[in-house]
Design a protein. Structure first.
Lengths: 288, 200
């Protein structure tokens, strides 16, 4: 009996050892108990009007999703004339993953950069004098899960390609990018990463070295762990984080639509879930 | 996100504990005054992510990381004061040091003259998280209700405990941060721990 238990225990160890990438940063239980500490930005030297968007996406026609983004930009600009940066979620031209022929599906959605969507959103950036960040499947020889940042003059500021790929990214046929993408938005040092990048030890170390004040973090994330009272990414990196996502059911996978903007102490400044929409806040950059 | 079901780990630990050939007995001798113990599951945190999975991301190690020691003083029959200290990697980027103090009561020792048996108590956890990326400290204070069973042995007593962590008070050296309080949702505040104690 004792040998059976020993063997069972060793099998469990062997099984669990292969389950997770050794470079993944995991939060343990008592880290998840932390209370979200407010950030006092009353003495901020720079302020930036920002919005994180959550859309329900059409599976078949990228043009439908492009128009949704355009309509959302118009809505945000009308309700918040001081908007300066809008962030859309990961891979916003269609479903994130379709179990049947996932690579063919992503190929059908893919665009070059510049392409139809970046050109359309560039016009909006010029119209409202804003920065726009959006996600798409990029075709550039290989396929990439990419996030494009557009300047207020309509030019492409940068394209970030997702580094730390999930199983679904790999099935989608995405190739991995390299490193964090850094920009300056109105004097604010900004980093762009995508979803699972935020759990990479390598990515977090690169962010810590460069010390951005703002991080753009688009997601295609299913469910919010609402028992966690703070955002681990902003807490670890001491930066504002804009988290954009998607909502709805995509071939049986339900996205609850959580999206938020969190402060450098990890607290949620604004947060929403359960439907399409956006959250807006002014991020306040303080001298540390 | 990051919490992994540990039902199999719990089952395994329970079976291991019950395999210890020690049961509560009628106890006529004077109780030991002191005990010193170790939480062996917390040591798995030194093995990176694999270790974190072994202990259910802290669930099966009583939310302790690294080298975790405890000591108790049985100041009266069936009642003891206990202190615990642990230090180790919380994850790849954060180092965690924890100090706990509390009170443990053994009702069957009190009323039935058992040795060991069920235990009830309360602890206060004080945790310091060191962010190795940004060199900041965050401190957390958590009250915990515990229930368990002490299996007295010939040389070692085995402590199995479950805990409910109730609330957090958090403060930090992060610039412009304000202290905060929140309640911890069930079942995420629950922990399980195994201890091995020498009594003398």
């Amino acid at each position: 009996m004792k040998r059976i238990f020993t063997l069972f225990f060793l099998i469990l160890i062997a099984t669990f050892s292969g389950c997770i990438d050794p470079n993944t940063v995991l939060e343990t239980q008592n880290q998840l108990w932390l209370a979200g500490m407010d950030f006092d930005d009353s003495v901020a030297s720079i302020r930036l009007g920002t919005a994180a968007v959550c859309l329900q996406l059409d599976p078949d026609d990228p043009a439908v999703n492009r128009n949704k983004m355009i309509n959302m930009i118009d809505l945000i600009a009308s309700e918040h004339p001081d908007i300066r940066l809008i962030v859309f979620g990961e891979a916003s031209l269609g479903y994130y993953y379709r179990p049947t022929n996932p690579q063919s599906y992503q190929q059908s959605l893919s665009e070059s950069i510049p392409g139809p969507t970046s050109t359309a959103l560039s016009a909006k950036a010029i119209e409202y004098d804003i920065y726009i960040s959006f996600g798409l499947t990029e075709s550039s020889g290989d396929l990439y899960n990419s996030q494009v940042l557009i300047n207020p003059d309509g030019s492409i500021a940068s394209t970030h390609r997702k580094n730390f790929l999930t199983d679904w990214d790999i099935e989608n046929g995405f190739s991995s990018g390299s490193g964090v993408t850094f920009n300056t938005i109105d004097g604010i040092k900004t980093a762009t990463i995508i979803c699972y990048d935020s759990m990479s030890e390598k990515i977090l170390r690169e962010i810590a070295q460069e010390k951005p004040q703002l991080i753009l973090l688009p997601l295609a994330d299913l469910v919010d762990e609402d028992f966690v009272n703070y955002d681990p990414v902003s807490f670890m990196s001491h930066a504002w984080v804009i988290v954009a996502n998607r909502f709805g059911t995509e071939d049986g996978s339900h996205y609850d639509g959580h999206h938020w903007i969190s402060t450098p102490t990890g607290s949620y400044r604004v947060k929403a879930t359960g439907k399409e929409g956006y959250v807006f806040t002014e991020v306040g950059i303080c001298e540390l | 996100m990051r919490i992994i079901k540990s039902k199999v780990l719990i089952l395994l630990l329970l079976v291991s504990a019950f395999s210890v050939q020690a049961q509560p007995i009628n106890y006529q001798e004077q109780s030991p005054q002191f005990y010193v113990g170790l939480n062996p599951m917390a040591l798995t945190k030194f093995f990176g992510n694999s270790g974190s999975l072994w202990n259910g991301l802290g669930f099966a190690s009583g939310a302790e990381s690294g080298l975790a020691l405890y000591a108790g003083w049985k100041f009266m029959q069936a009642q003891s004061l206990e202190a615990r200290i642990s230090s180790g990697p919380a994850n790849l980027l954060v180092w965690e040091t924890q100090f706990q103090m509390g009170y443990i009561w053994y009702p069957c020792e009190q009323f039935l003259q058992w040795k060991g048996g069920p235990s009830l108590g309360v602890m206060i956890r004080n945790t310091a998280f060191y962010n190795t990326l940004n060199k900041s400290w965050t401190f957390n204070h958590v009250p915990e209700l515990i229930a368990g069973w002490r299996f007295p042995g010939k040389y070692l007593d085995i402590d199995l405990r479950t805990g409910i962590n109730i609330s957090s008070f958090t403060w930090s050296t992060i610039a412009h941060s304000k202290p905060a309080f929140n309640w911890i949702s069930l079942p995420y505040g629950c922990t399980f721990s195994l201890g091995m104690a020498f009594v003398f």
